[in-house]
Write a protein that binds this ligand. Structure first.
Ligand SMILES: [Zn+2]
Length: 473
């Protein structure tokens, strides 16, 4: 590859940015400058943010697909290798860069084009008018994930510009309903089930230290919990409330819910979460939490460690399956015995368990055959953890350390649900590995005034060049 060695000043001058642009990288990494790609990433991100790709009437996701396709074609992708497939009110895009060795299975970069609804009256700025202010890119999708998509596209086009020839085909795809029904996500995973490995550019990422603003840690995701909803129903002939019977549907349901509330699933670790706890313990400032993490990684049956971690809402989901009642409904009149009572139990299932087995365990915990259980989950599928592949972890650590030397790299299990789920469920390893860093307190994805530091552009491009080359040559 031909590295561009323009001086920073010349590089900035070469860019036509309406912005104060790039803050200094906060590490001593010698970042390579890719002025064309950097300018293109910011430009493309802003154009994409301006398109209202929200599910429902007026959904413009297809326009984002057209924007991305046009950029890819202008950058040298073969138009015959790009497909945009409409589905319902949305669409998905798959673009292939053929490798020289057809025997190798493709590397896939996976993202999405849709965004969560955003209302002008709730935001300080128009969510669909991108703006760069004080070093931040503002707008719906700045974090989740039009900026990420633009960075990946710009990086691939930079590789083309520099004359890189992959041995393994590189596929970049964008789903069109990741935030809602995930029908396009599922369709893409089925089409690309021959992939060698997926980089989910919408998962993982880095965090900046709240005070210093320096990179604190980088997390990649190799697993996610399975989302499930179980509906509990108790029915009863009912009657006049002046003549109560011994059995009451609401009482029965309430008793079952209390028992479920007291039920705890057996804590467990996987190779990935063990690594997570071991590495996170080194960064943990609270000694009690750090020692609980180490003890749990060594022995998930350690009662004291389980008690410490279970008491922490940020940790309890990482040590096993959790289920919690989220909705109840019952009765039909103030003066009638309830004929029906229902509740929803929402579960986040540790990879490796079938939802049916978890529902059976809940039924047993409830201990009342009058309480009927039904799996009412929509848009989710059980997925195994992806293996800790040394080729991936080596390429990833090399890429991230080339731009943020020495930053701790931590594997993690997401609480679900991402597009990775669909790939993993068809046997393709998928890794969330977005190079975008942000302060935890500034993560407004799905929320108001979403924004991302523009200082990410330069290291992110460099990261993608390194990672994509290593995984495709
Ligand atoms: Zn997303």
């Amino acid at each position: 590859m031909v590295k561009n060695t323009l001086a920073l000043g010349a590089a900035l001058a070469a860019m036509t940015l309406a912005a104060p642009a790039f803050a200094k990288p906060s590490t001593s990494a010698k970042l390579t400058v890719h002025p064309v790609a950097e300018a293109q990433a910011l430009d493309l991100a802003q154009k994409a943010i301006a398109i209202r790709s929200v599910a429902g009437p007026g959904n413009k996701t297809g326009d984002v697909a057209a924007l991305f396709r046009d950029s890819l074609v202008a950058g040298g992708f073969d138009p015959a290798e790009i497909s945009i497939t409409p589905l319902g009110d949305t669409a998905y895009l798959i673009a292939t860069w053929r490798g020289s060795d057809p025997a190798l299975k493709p590397l896939v970069l996976s993202g999405h084009m849709d965004v969560v609804e955003a209302k002008r009256e709730d935001w300080q700025r128009d969510p669909f008018v991108p703006m760069i202010e004080d070093g931040y890119l503002y707008g719906r999708g700045a974090t989740d994930m039009k900026f990420d998509g633009a960075l990946a596209i710009a990086a691939l086009l930079e590789l083309k510009r520099e004359g890189f020839r992959p041995r393994r085909s590189i596929v970049i795809e964008f789903s069109g309903d990741e935030e809602t029904t995930m029908r396009t996500s599922r369709a893409i995973a089925e089409k690309l089930s021959n992939a060698e490995l997926v980089l989910n550019i919408d998962g993982g990422g880095g965090s900046f230290d709240e005070k210093s603003g320096k990179p604190r840690q980088f997390t990649w995701q190799g697993a996610e919990k399975t989302y499930a909803d179980f509906e509990l129903t108790v029915t009863n002939p009912g009657g006049h409330s002046s003549m109560p019977r011994p059995v009451n549907a609401i009482n029965q349901l309430a008793a079952a819910l209390l028992k479920i509330g007291q039920h705890h699933f057996t804590p467990e670790v996987s190779p990935l979460t063990r690594e997570y706890f071991e590495r996170s313990a080194k960064l943990e400032t609270d000694p009690a939490r750090a020692s609980a993490m180490r003890a749990f990684a060594a022995n998930p049956a350690d009662g004291a460690a389980v008690a410490t971690l279970s008491a922490d809402p940020a940790m309890i989901g990482k040590i096993g399956t959790t289920c919690v009642v989220t909705m109840i409904n019952g009765g039909h009149a103030l003066n009638a015995l309830p004929q029906r009572a229902t509740a929803n139990i929402n579960c986040r299932i540790f990879p490796g368990h079938a939802p049916a087995a978890i529902m059976a365990e809940l039924e047993q915990a409830a201990g009342d055959p009058a309480v009927k259980f039904r799996d009412v989950t929509e848009g989710s599928v059980a997925s195994p953890a992806s293996p800790m592949r040394p080729d991936f972890t080596a390429a990833l650590e090399k890429a991230i350390h080339s731009v943020y030397p020495g930053v701790p790299v931590i594997p993690a299990m997401a609480s679900g649900a991402s597009d990775s789920m669909w790939f993993r469920s068809v046997g393709v390893p998928s890794y969330g590995a977005s190079p975008v860093f942000i302060k935890d307190s500034e993560d407004f994805s799905h929320g108001l005034n979403e924004r991302t530091p523009v200082s990410n552009v330069r290291p992110a491009i460099d990261y993608y060049l390194s990672l994509v080359m290593d995984l495709s040559r």
